[in-house]
Design a protein around this ligand. Sequence first.
Ligand SMILES: Cc1cc2nc3c(=O)[nH]c(=O)nc-3n(C[C@H](O)[C@H](O)[C@H](O)COP(=O)(O)O)c2cc1C
Length: 335
Amino acid sequence: MKHLIKALKIGSVELKNNLALAPMAGITNAAFRSLCIEGGAGLVVSEMVSAESIRYGNKKSLKLLEICPSEHPIAMQIFGADPESMGDAARLAGELGADIIDINAGCPVKKVLRSGSGAALMKEPLVLEAIVKKAVKAVKIPVTVKIRCGLTPGDVISPRLARVIEGAGASAITLHGRAASSFHTGPVDYEAMAATAAAVKIPVFGNGGARTASDAAKILETGCAGVAIGRAAVENPAVFIEIAEGLKSSVRDVKSDPAGRIKLFIRFLELNTALYGGDEGVVRARKLVGYWLKGFPDSSALRGNFMKASGLNEAKALLLQYIGHSVQRYDRHTP
Ligand SMILES: Cc1cc2nc3c(=O)[nH]c(=O)nc-3n(C[C@H](O)[C@H](O)[C@H](O)COP(=O)(O)O)c2cc1C
């Protein structure tokens, strides 16, 4: 399986491996992305940011595009329906330090669809083509596109779309192997991944449900050049190292170290408070706690207390106390 993990190039950008972080709104900020780079990701991606808001210099949106010096290579993901503003936003994101511009053509959220962006672009290949062409023309860095395998389950259109995207000049594609109407749940369509990877010469990153080296191998064996990992990275930002190790070894699935995971969450809190300031950094981390503590024993009290914690020191103390009391039990109870 060693051959499945490898360095990869997206246009001119060299990735140390073919494991990428998948973009996640409200989660993949600079603090989280830095941790994923430390955790072995070959590429990190910002959450999606509206092209219009970038164009108009919206402060909140520009904050989402702030990057730390250590977090390269980084793709910034933009969404929109108008080729002109997508071209402008791509240029501005490039000026803000992006190594790659990623175009969101897979978001199924109603508000995004109503504006003709996200997965709505899969119904309008000519608009998608115009957007990719404008973005490619606007920047010197590579442009990539994230799509779904179709709009509804069973109606696979990604191979056809992938050819349009490649023809318009994109350097890679991320394929979430579920239909837009399935959001983030349900089976992943590996046949659609195989057909899409076979349809184009540019690298295709398969995405959906990858948590272990075995899951990643299943995606890479379809012919996808890489794997994009979303929620498993929120639970454990070191998942990239673990998957890479698993793919290199005969053991396959490397068991994560629970105390190490909690320590990573503490590192995240430190980075997030540096980004947003004391209280806000901890408050913003609240939405991640459910992911972090998945599978840990007796974690509901910790979760409750974390929701009330007001500053970094209090939040850190809660997590450290939990390592002392409960993590050893977790070790004993997991195979
Ligand atoms: C909370 C959340 C936010 C997401 N936000 C984005 C986004 O901003 N842009 C995007 O292209 N996909 C987004 N996604 C989809 C993920 O990138 C990914 O395709 C999906 O979670 C499946 O991968 P996974 O099973 O490894 O999590 C989001 C998913 C989640 C769970």
